[in-house]
Design a protein around this ligand. Structure first.
Ligand SMILES: *Cc1c(COP(=O)(O)O)cnc(C)c1O
Length: 429
């Protein structure tokens, strides 16, 4: 039994607890979740069940309370929940690193484990800057990205988020000034050679001061849920090679099958110099992320006057998180995940088709297990969320977007139900 009534819990929450991108005190009442199992969350209101259309922000790909993942955590809990990683190591972290090296694009061989996606991006930026500094080129310390991106909420990631929606105005003069290319033209199937030229030119023009280019491959997530041609990843690879600039892929949202390939980079068969993963890494169980790099990047750092990567989170390599991450990857690779993602993709295509004809809807797009309805106006969050909840589904719209990325274990009926709820939200929102 809980000590607090649901009403007390909500009141205390609003008084004391920050929520993502929220005001203090909170203005909207959050829903109280009591438990979650499979693709359903059970609310504390006496039994409402909601299908999670968000996979808890891309992470819970296998659903909740999964017996295999539960066992992985429990088994590890009985051995040790944590030890420091400085001077010590352990099987869960080593085995996870080896798995990540094996399944990520060719050439990524070294793994830095951290506790969240934003930190993984910080580490990626630090690796790139330190690589050039160690090689005697400290002037190569800026990052280039394209508009419309999202890379996290700490300072370096914020500086490469979309300057329009990414709080840049608020932090002008505080954030490092990075170089921005135009947003990639929309559409997975539409390759625009003149845009590839734009990338080449901009990278060439700034090469002397650029440490690296950082992008989200194929899907720009929280910056606007936009899809683009994998061809631009090849263009970036060529331009970076030609101009001695490193290439970073942020696969924190796209990794582990979400877009229909294991990693979005695989759509283009392009390997970056540095890659970040997070979110679905632990199947949504615990907070962990990783930054992988090539021997070239690591060697560059090792040859410097400070030959170490000066970063070391307290909970680096956390055994519980590493154990469940390993189990989650095995669970994913041990099933026909590609077919499951395709199945959800066709379910979303079919179910969301009717939204395209709704007044106020600008575009419907689906790629892998991601479905997006873009409105021609800012979404009324409260109305859209309530409409989805009435339809039995949890979604979290933002800006002009109502979108879903269901757990891969979502059955066909539940995918259809999610699509209906997104349509209902689009109608009301
Ligand atoms: C969510 C996200 C991040 C930040 O990860 P956190 O774990 O929230 O810090 C970075 N990059 C991308 C592409 C993301 O989707």
């Amino acid at each position: 039994m809980r000590d607090l009534s649901t009403a007390d819990l909500i009141a205390l929450d609003r008084q004391h607890v920050w929520h993502p991108y929220g005001p203090m005190p909170g203005t909207r009442e959050p829903l109280v979740v009591e438990s979650a199992s499979g693709v359903r969350m059970r609310l504390a209101d006496g039994g409402t069940e909601l299908i999670d259309g968000m996979s808890s922000w891309w992470s819970a790909i296998h659903g909740y309370n999964h017996p295999v993942l539960n066992d992985a955590v429990r088994g590890q809990l009985d051995r040790m929940s944590h030890v420091m990683f400085g001077g010590l190591t352990h099987e869960p972290a080593v085995a996870l690193a080896k798995r990540l090296v094996d399944i990520t694009p060719e050439g990524l061989e070294h793994v830095f484990l951290s506790d969240s996606g934003s930190v993984a991006v910080e580490v990626a930026v630090k690796m790139c800057l330190q690589h050039w500094r160690s090689l005697g080129r400290p002037e190569k310390r800026r990052m280039l990205t394209w508009r419309g991106g999202y890379h996290g909420d700490t300072w370096q990631p914020m500086a490469v988020c979309d300057p329009e929606g990414g709080m840049h105005e608020l932090w002008q003069g505080v954030l490092p000034q990075q170089v921005f290319a135009d947003a990639p033209p929309a559409g997975f199937d539409a390759f625009d050679a003149s845009y590839a030229d734009h990338l080449h030119e901009l990278i060439g023009a700034h090469a002397g001061e650029l440490a690296a280019v950082i992008v989200e491959p194929v899907v720009q997530g929280a910056g606007g849920m936009r899809f683009h041609s994998p061809g631009y990843l090849r263009a970036l690879r060529e331009a970076c090679d030609a101009h001695d600039v490193l290439l970073v892929f942020d696969e924190i949202a796209t990794g582990f099958g979400r877009t229909g390939e294991l990693f979005a980079a695989d759509h283009a068969a392009v390997a970056p110099d540095v890659m970040c993963v997070g979110k679905a890494l632990t199947g949504g169980y615990l907070s962990m992320a990783a930054t992988l790099c090539t021997p070239r990047v690591a060697d560059g750092i090792s040859r410097g006057e400070v030959p170490v990567l000066a970063h070391g989170p307290t909970f680096m390599g956390n055994p519980l998180a590493a154990a469940v991450a390993g189990a989650s990857i095995d669970l994913l690779l041990g099933q026909d995940w590609r077919t499951e993602v395709k199945r959800i993709e066709s379910g979303l295509r079919e179910g969301l088709a009717e939204a395209a004809a709704l007044p106020g809807v600008k575009e419907v797009r689906v790629l892998g297990a991601i479905g997006v309805v873009q409105l021609d106006h800012p979404v009324d969050m409260a109305a859209a969320t309530d409409a989805a909840v009435r339809a039995g589904v949890w979604v979290r719209p933002f800006r002009d977007l109502i979108y879903t990325m269901p757990p891969f274990v979502t059955g066909d009926d539940d995918v259809a139900r999610i699509a209906r709820a997104v349509c209902a939200a689009a109608k009301e929102g």
